[in-house]
Design a protein around this ligand. Structure first.
Ligand SMILES: NC(=O)c1ccc[n+]([C@@H]2O[C@H](COP(=O)([O-])OP(=O)(O)OC[C@H]3O[C@@H](n4cnc5c(N)ncnc54)[C@H](O)[C@@H]3O)[C@@H](O)[C@H]2O)c1
Length: 258
C-alpha cells in the first residue's frame, strides 16, 4: 500500500456508514494509517465491498451489517468488532442520512450518533481509553442558505430542519461526552464537512448551475472530497491529537469562516 503512515498502527477502528462516500474513504485511509477496520453499514453488500477494497490495498478489514438507529445492535457491534479483529480503540460515528424524513433523520443522525457515543465511550473507558470521532456538518455550526434553483427555504422544510437539528446535536453531544469521558482517556471530537462529492450530494452535482452555486458558497471555490474529510478524522483519532477533545473541526473550504 502506498503512503502508509502508521500513525494508527495496531489500532482497531469501527467505522459506521462505511459502504459509501466519506465512510468508505475513511476505511481506506484508516487502514492506510495502519488501523484494522470494521466496516459497518445498513447496506451489507456495500460494506463487504469496502472491506474488499481495504484488503486489496493490503489492509485488514471485516464488515458488519449495522443499523445505527438500533440501540441494541450498536451496543453489540462493539463486542463484534473485538471478536472479529481482536480489539477496539477508535469509533468513527459517521453514518447519516441527508435531509430526508423528519423522524428518520433524527433516528439515524442524532440517536445513532448518541448510541455510538454512549456505548462506544463506556466501552472504550473500560478498556483504558480511545478516541471517538463523529461526523457533524457545516449544518451543525450554521444555518444553510438555499440556492435559488432549489426553491426558497428548502432547508426550512421538515427534513432540512431535522438535518440541521441533528447535526447541531452532534456538535453538542461531542462537547458533553468529551467532558464525561476525559477522565477515562477517551477523546471525543467531530468533523464538520462542507459539501462533499459523495452520493449524498449527487442531486447538487447533477445540475451544473446548482453545482456552481454550491461551489461558490465555499471560499475555496469547490466542493470537498471524501478523502479530505477522512484525513481529518484520522488526525483526530490519532495520538497527534492527544490534547484535543470536545472540538468540531470544520473541513469545509472556508464555508463557516465567512
Ligand atoms: N456529503 C456531504 O456533503 C456531507 C456534508 C456534511 C456532512 N455529511 C455527513 O457525512 C456522513 C457521511 O455521508 P456521505 O456524504 O458519505 O453520504 P453517503 O450517502 O455516501 O453515505 C452514507 C452511508 O450511511 C449509511 N447509512 C444510512 N443510514 C444508516 C443506518 N441507519 N445505519 C447504518 N448506516 C446507515 C448509508 O447506507 C451510506 O453507506 C453523514 O453523516 C452525512 O450527514 C456529508
Amino acid at each position: 500500500m502506498s503512503g502508509r503512515s502508521e500513525e494508527l498502527s495496531g489500532r482497531v477502528a469501527l467505522i459506521t456508514g462505511a459502504a459509501s462516500g466519506i465512510g468508505r474513504a475513511a476505511a481506506l485511509r484508516f487502514a492506510e494509517a495502519g488501523a484494522m477496520v470494521m466496516c459497518a453499514d445498513i447496506d451489507s453488500e456495500g460494506v463487504k465491498l469496502t472491506a474488499e477494497l481495504v484488503a486489496a490495498e493490503g489492509g485488514k478489514a471485516a464488515s458488519l451489517q449495522l443499523d445505527v438507529s438500533d440501540e441494541v445492535a450498536v451496543e453489540k457491534s462493539l463486542q463484534q468488532t473485538i471478536d472479529s479483529l481482536g480489539g477496539f480503540d477508535i469509533l468513527f460515528n459517521n453514518a447519516g442520512v441527508g435531509a430526508a424524513d423528519f423522524d428518520l433523520t433524527l433516528d439515524v443522525n442524532l440517536k445513532g450518533v448518541f448510541y455510538g457515543l454512549q456505548y462506544g465511550g463506556q466501552f472504550l473507558a473500560k478498556r483504558g481509553g480511545g478516541a471517538i470521532v463523529s461526523t457533524a456538518s457545516i449544518a451543525g455550526l450554521v444555518g444553510l442558505v438555499t440556492p435559488m434553483e432549489l426553491g426558497e427555504g428548502a432547508f426550512a422544510q421538515p427534513g432540512g430542519v431535522a438535518y440541521i437539528a441533528s447535526k447541531h446535536a452532534v456538535v453538542g453531544m461531542t462537547k458533553q461526552f468529551a467532558i464525561a469521558y476525559a477522565p477515562y482517556g477517551v477523546r471525543v471530537n467531530a468533523v464538520a464537512p462542507g459539501y462533499i462529492e459523495t452520493p449524498m450530494t449527487e442531486m447538487i452535482r447533477d445540475d451544473s448551475v446548482i453545482q456552481a452555486e454550491f461551489e461558490s458558497l465555499h471560499p475555496m471555490g469547490r466542493l470537498g472530497r471524501a478523502d479530505e474529510v477522512a484525513n481529518a478524522a484520522v488526525f483526530l483519532a490519532s495520538d497527534r491529537a492527544s490534547f484535543i477533545t470536545g472540538v468540531t473541526l470544520p473541513v469545509d473550504g472556508g464555508y463557516t469562516a465567512r
